[in-house]
Ligand binder design. Structure first.
Ligand code: HH2
Length: 301
């Protein structure tokens, strides 16, 4: 069933939310449950799946498997953004991601996103057929905006305090939700002023990017407030350290925690979740909806 045929239950306490995302060549409609963006890290050192999909063929197989399991976007990245990660030069990043993006654009029915902060990598991925630029530096480099504009790409802008190497040293906020929302609003306005259509922009609070446990939890609880910005909201909480901090579990054992947060975000109408465990999250969503999980508030309980 087309997700748009199953409307998201209107809740008076929530602001209206974007019901689709205009990608480069197609529109992604949102239903009552979040769309799932499958993470594909073609890196030796990503914090969770590093080294598993370094061979292009293995990466493509993984991407196709995630699409079969219910992912409606595949997010391909060639540089880890974890704290203290070693930077990757542009040629190496291109070598890692472009064959994978090209193959997935040809073989997968779902749109491909390129997770990069390098304009040249974004440009080559778009040339290979990618639909979305997912830039953890919020497209602050004008060359990134130019690349997106040249291909009419969709853009995900994410909040980060500091930069990957040092962002976890001592993150401080007065009002984390207000500051993150204000930053995303300002980036959205800047992109629109540069010519990016409002409907192509999505916003992401950047879980774990210059945030301590209390900051991450505050942002997850307030994720519904980001709908006020008028863009689809993307959250990438999957297997991140805050889950380990709450549960006392290593990276390899955070799937259940990831699913729990995914259900909370589904209740808040978040449109896109970026996850590693696509099958588990999609199965949990199916049962969550079947068991009435989205309707609790309407019944007044
Ligand atoms: N998180 C990571 C990378 N890219 N993009 C968006 N929009 N939102 C996120 O939260 C986000 C992101 C980090 O996670 P991962 O890709 O699993 O690890 P690594 O950066 O080590 O490759």
């Amino acid at each position: 069933m087309n997700p748009a045929d199953r409307p998201y239950p209107a809740r008076p306490s929530h602001p209206p939310r974007a019901d689709h995302w205009q990608l480069r060549t197609r529109s992604l409609p949102f239903g009552p449950l979040p769309a799932v963006m499958g993470i594909l890290n073609v890196t030796p050192d990503s914090f969770s799946d590093g080294g598993r999909y370094l061979e292009a063929a293995a990466a493509v197989d993984r991407g196709l498997a995630m699409a079969a399991a219910g992912a409606t976007i595949l997010d391909v990245g060639g540089e880890s953004t974890r704290p203290y990660a070693e930077p990757v030069d542009v040629d190496e990043e291109l070598r890692r991601v472009i064959p994978v993006v090209a193959a997935l654009c040809e073989q997968a029915a779902v749109p491909v996103s390129i997770d990069t902060s390098k304009p040249r990598v974004a440009r080559e991925a778009l040339r290979a057929g990618a639909e979305i630029v997912n830039d953890v530096t919020a497209a602050r480099d004008p060359a990134m905006v130019a690349a997106a504009l040249d291909f009419s790409a969709a853009v995900c802008v994410m909040h980060m305090q500091g930069e990957p190497r040092t962002m976890q040293v001592n993150p401080e906020y007065g009002d984390v939700v207000g500051e993150v929302a204000a930053f995303l609003a300002q980036r959205s306005q800047a992109l629109q002023a540069a010519g990016v259509a409002a409907g192509r922009i999505a916003v992401d609070p950047g879980i774990g990017f210059g945030k301590r446990l209390e900051h991450n939890l505050a942002l997850l609880r307030a994720a519904g407030r980001l709908h006020e910005l008028g863009h689809p909201v993307i959250v990438g909480h999957s297997r991140k350290r805050f889950i380990g901090e709450v549960l006392g579990r290593p990276e390899a054992d955070r799937t259940a925690g990831t699913v729990g947060v995914a259900l909370a975000l589904a209740r808040r109408g978040v449109q896109v979740l970026r996850v590693h465990d696509v099958a588990e999250v999609c199965q949990a969503f199916t049962l969550f909806e079947a068991a009435g999980g989205l309707e609790l508030e309407e019944e007044g309980r």
